[in-house]
Ligand binder design. Structure first.
Ligand code: FES
Length: 164
């Protein structure tokens, strides 16, 4: 069940839309933030709140790469592998990330910090090659920049765990 705070946020969002169906994307973001990913139960809960069929909710979740129907790491890395990024070395950077993280594309590190995925064009071709970490873009990547980014994220992730 969504927390009272999340339910209140959803109720508030619903006042901005002419019908409940239109609030599906923000409702899914709230649920994903709350649960970490969108399980079948979470999707049913959203469907019930918006008076939708669960299969409609499921198809939207499957369509958008930023919705996760399986557990993911604290940091989800999407590396663009579309043509402009590929021409600037995306493939090598993906291999570099796999090596540094010790996982393959589609997997999550055992410590739960990182999930590695690939993506089609992220609309930043002029700064290729790039990747998206949660909602932030990291642009003009090199192996060295990737190492710096991973180190920073590891430090932040460890600090956050210490605060829990
Ligand atoms: S091809 Fe990578 S951002 Fe467009």
């Amino acid at each position: 069940m969504l927390s009272d705070a999340a339910k209140a946020e959803l109720d508030s969002i619903l006042t901005h839309y002419p019908d409940k169906r239109s609030a599906l994307l923000p409702a899914l973001y709230i649920a994903q933030r709350e649960y970490g990913y969108l399980s079948a139960e979470a999707m049913r809960e959203v469907a019930s709140s918006l008076e939708l069929d669960p299969t409609e909710v499921y198809s939207v979740v499957r369509f958008y790469s930023l919705f996760y129907s399986e557990p993911v790491g604290k940091y989800v890395i999407h590396v663009c592998e579309d043509l402009p990024c590929a021409l600037r070395g995306a493939e090598g950077l993906i291999r570099h990330l796999e090596e540094r993280l010790g996982i393959r594309v589609g997997e999550t590190t055992p410590d739960g910090l990182f999930t590695l995925q690939t993506a089609m064009c992220l609309a930043g071709c002029d700064k290729a090659p790039l990747m998206q970490v949660n909602l932030e873009y990291e642009e003009s990547l090199t192996p060295g920049r990737i190492d710096e980014i991973l180190q920073r994220l590891r430090n932040e992730g460890i600090e956050a765990k210490g605060d829990e």
